[in-house]
Write a protein that binds this ligand. Structure first.
Ligand SMILES: NC(=O)c1ccc[n+]([C@@H]2O[C@H](COP(=O)([O-])OP(=O)(O)OC[C@H]3O[C@@H](n4cnc5c(N)ncnc54)[C@H](OP(=O)(O)O)[C@@H]3O)[C@@H](O)[C@H]2O)c1
Length: 275
């Protein structure tokens, strides 16, 4: 673990948050390498700490134990072809965080026997509150798996999926999920304003309520429905609101939204699968 080298191909927002997480969890900077086709992105990454910046993907990848492909889905093929010559002659684990990029697609681009982990992180990782779904079908050592887990645990929580199909559900749930909560919060604040509250108070109270509710779900192991029932007094204001939500298609809207996101994730995955 001490001499493990982790390379980031792509040093954009997600790579920077992962590098920041690794550094703050005590991982040695000189064992973290980064390469990006955009010199500006590399420049910003170098300000995170004493990491090793490379101006070509070959030198960044040579001897790396873990290679994180942190580029957009449309750049994955190019990123793979730039590291292929190195990967075929060493025993690295390749981690992809690009939405809709399947493990079979990565193997097709690199080599069949290459060890691949597919990860779906989410935007709160940028502030250390991420939720990442991970999947691998390849046999790897406990040390490799623990290390990959540590990369994503440094910016939030991790969940190892049993099947690759789960990653498409995770994409619809936690990958896209932050935006669902933002939309709900936006609605709450807007309506509170319409009811007469000033905008600043409406936004501040919405944010703190969301954070407080989220904390309650994390801090005790109570079932989500139970938590809701606990704050819903019979005949009170909360009960009236919940009744109005449910009578006006709240559950149906959530069902349609999740299914639409899942469907889209399946389309992305099937477009980028060698099967
Ligand atoms: N940001 C998130 O919250 C989030 C959440 C879940 C998943 N993801 C996934 O994480 C991946 C990275 O996202 P991001 O937001 O960090 O993207 P980003 O900010 O656009 O960073 C990607 C970086 O990679 C560079 N790049 C492109 N092709 C390259 C290549 N062949 N070799 C090396 N570098 C290359 C890009 O340069 P150019 O700009 O010059 O192309 C850019 O600087 C994406 O696949 C995304 O789907 C991100």
């Amino acid at each position: 673990m001490e001499n493990t080298i982790i390379t980031f191909i792509g040093a954009g927002n997600m790579a920077k948050s992962l590098i920041g997480g690794l550094l703050s969890s005590g991982f040695r900077g000189h064992n973290i390498r980064a390469f990006d086709t955009d010199p500006e992105a590399l420049n910003t990454a170098s300000s995170l700490g004493p990491i090793s910046i490379h101006d070509d993907s070959y030198s960044a990848t040579l001897g790396a134990h873990i290679i994180v492909l942190a580029v957009k889905p449309q750049s994955i093929s190019q990123a793979c072809s730039s590291i292929r010559a190195c990967v075929i002659k060493q025993d690295s684990v390749v981690v992809t965080i690009a939405a809709g990029i399947t493990t079979s697609f990565i193997k097709e681009q690199l080599q069949e026997k290459c060890k691949v982990v597919r990860c779906m992180p989410n935007t709160p990782a940028l502030v250390g509150w991420g939720a990442s779904g991970l999947f691998t079908a390849d046999k790897m050592s406990d040390e490799e798996k623990n290390l990959i887990d540590a990369i994503f645990s440094a910016v939030g929580t991790t969940f190892w999926a049993e099947t690759e199909a789960d990653i498409d559900i995770i994409t619809a749930l936690s990958g896209s999920g932050p935006a669902y909560f933002f939309l709900f919060m936006e609605c709450l604040a807007d309506i509170a304003c319409q009811l007469g509250l000033n905008k600043e108070a409406a936004i501040a109270l919405t944010k703190q309520t969301a954070a407080g509710a989220a904390h309650m779900t994390l801090e005790n192991n109570i079932d989500l429905k139970e938590l809701r029932k606990n704050v819903t007094s019979p005949g009170g204001t909360t009960e009236k609101a919940i009744e109005a939500f449910l009578a006006n298609g709240f559950r149906e809207a959530v069902t349609l939204a999740l299914k639409a996101a899942h469907e889209r994730a399946l389309q992305f995955s099937s477009n980028r699968s060698s099967n």
